[in-house]
Ligand binder design. Structure first.
Ligand code: FAD
Length: 485
């Protein structure tokens, strides 16, 4: 079902008419049009080497008007466009197909922070600004931009919004969608939708920005966004607890929620094998606890007031969990460095699995209370299907979202293992369906899960999605073959 592609064996001839290439060059300048295979190559493969595209041209516009000019020309000349941000997406949405006819529009030169309104708590940033840059700019202004994920040093705001990224702060602040006040979008025919409002309240009809958030570049190109800023927490506390089971983690989560409410800004679950992978492969990582534990949970509190003693709060919470026999051991970060070290392990978990051979991935969500049930069923099912395989189940327990990844058995043939991707996906997704969950909690659909969508989406919802796509992109030129077939 998936459109997993192999590396191109040789270069196909360009599917783009030479005069179209010249027209694009005239629009944004030859130096911003990449045509050399060596220059194009990094845009045509994603970081896990799972999807490979072939592409005759990468366009690097410098502002919204140039994006609009590109789209106007592409529409007139029937050129398919694939928007690309930081190229960290995990479902292949940012990669072209192998026709050598689709053109990549990279947003990397749209990297201005247009304004930072401290009083109004709004930042207006262009699509190509790297997430970490937004976080730092907010912090320098004594504000907080909460979106946080492992790829934050490379992914861009336009990509984050187009995938409606989740990450580690959803618990308190919501998904990327919840942090947006307005959008500027270039439509497939080149029109610019100027919706960069900074209003907290605006009930003037359909809220169109939400169509483009999570659309994975299939409805238009996001060129800028008004983002909500939040008060910079006065104090932050991070603890790592060694625990016996995911069920205990769920109980600890509920103790934490009832004690500190929205001050609980992170609650992550990690298995022992994840800790071992991190210690083995992640630079600077070491196990913060003396003994090994079957599971770990990472707790983060963010305190907005100097009147609250965050450390005491965390200690009281952990003590309660100890007293209830839910925690075997725990460490509370003493300083920022230790906090970062603990988060470093968690954020590094996606990356370290690469070092352990093939990995069959799932990005699932179920109702939070059903996480232990899911694991109780999915782990044995995988072990039975592939004896010796190594489930690495980690993620945002507080959001009911797990990255349920299966590393190959030690010494197994990587390709033979990965050939079972669809079979294992089907088995795991059946458990997810039974628990009324989702097969894509935060990474999106792209091409990886496109053919699974009709099987999980309500038929009327799917029909409306197709109708919206046809309305906005009647020629089907906007990131074709992604999300919808
Ligand atoms: P890209 O990968 O370039 O593109 C992603 C999609 O958005 C594509 O369909 C593309 O066509 C489209 N797109 C990009 N820019 C635009 C634009 N300006 N306008 C319209 N469409 C556009 N994701 C999570 O949600 N949570 C996580 O915790 C998380 N952790 C990750 C950890 C690692 C180590 C890695 C590598 C990835 C992780 N991801 C996670 C996935 C990824 O980082 C996110 O999906 C991210 O939001 C993608 O941003 P990007 O700029 O790299 O977009």
């Amino acid at each position: 079902m998936t459109s997993k592609l192999s590396p191109p064996a040789n270069e196909a001839s360009s599917g783009l008419a030479p005069d179209v290439l010249d027209d694009f060059k005239a629009l944004i300048g030859e130096q911003h049009c990449l045509t050399e295979p060596a220059d194009i190559a990094p845009y045509c493969r994603e970081w896990r080497n799972k999807f490979f595209g072939i592409c005759p041209l990468v366009l690097r516009p410098g502002n919204t008007d140039e994006v609009s000019a590109i789209m106007t020309l592409a529409y007139a000349r029937n050129v398919a466009i694939v928007p690309q941000g930081g190229n960290t997406g995990l479902v292949g949405g940012q990669i072209t197909d192998q026709s050598n006819a689709q053109v990549i529009v990279s947003l990397e030169r749209l990297k201005r922070i247009r304004s930072l309104d401290i009083e109004g708590n709004v930042a207006v940033v262009e699509a190509g600004v790297v997430l970490e840059t937004v976080q730092k700019a907010a912090e320098e202004a004594d504000r907080f931009f909460p979106l946080a994920l492992g790829a934050q040093g490379s992914c861009q705001i336009g990509g984050n919004l187009s995938t409606n990224a989740g990450g580690t702060s959803v618990l308190a602040y919501g998904n990327a969608r919840d942090m947006v006040l307005g959008l500027e979008v270039v439509l497939p025919d080149g029109r610019i939708m100027r919706g960069l409002r900074s209003l907290r309240k605006d009930n003037t009809g359909y809220d169109l920005k939400h169509l483009f958030i999570g659309a994975e570049g299939t409805l238009g190109i996001i060129t800028a966004a008004s983002l909500k800023l939040y008060p910079l927490p006065r104090d932050r506390q991070v603890a790592l607890a060694g625990i016996e089971t995911p069920r205990d983690a769920l109980r600890i989560f509920n103790i934490a929620r009832s004690r500190v409410g929205s001050m609980l800004t992170g609650f992550e679950l990690m298995p022992r094998i994840g800790m071992e992978f991190a210690v083995r492969h992640l630079e600077g990582a070491r196990d913060p606890l003396v003994e090994a534990h079957p599971w770990y949970c990472l707790l983060e509190l963010s305190i907005g007031s100097d009147a609250i003693n965050g450390r005491e709060l965390m200690e009281t919470m952990l003590e309660e969990a100890f007293d209830a026999d839910l925690i075997r051991d725990a460490v509370l970060a003493e300083n920022t460095r230790q906090m970062q070290d603990i988060w470093h392990i968690r954020h590094g978990l996606s990356e370290v699995q690469k070092e352990e051979g093939g990995s069959i991935k799932h990005d699932i969500s179920v109702p939070t209370h059903a996480i232990p049930d899911f694991l109780d069923r999915a782990i044995p099912a995988c072990l039975e299907a592939i004896p010796g395989c190594r489930p690495v189940a980690f993620g945002h327990l507080g959001d009911g979202n797990l990255h349920f990844n299966i590393s190959q058995p030690i010494g197994a043939d990587r390709d033979a293992f990965l050939n079972r991707w669809e079979e294992i996906n089907a088995m795991v997704h059946a458990i997810v369906a039974d628990l009324e969950g989702s097969i894509s909690a935060e990474h999106g659909i792209g091409v990886l899960k496109r053919d699974l969508l009709p099987g999980v989406k309500d038929p009327v919802e799917l029909e409306l999605m197709h109708q919206i796509k046809t309305l906005l992109d009647p020629k089907g030129l906007m990131n074709p073959g992604k999300v919808l077939q």
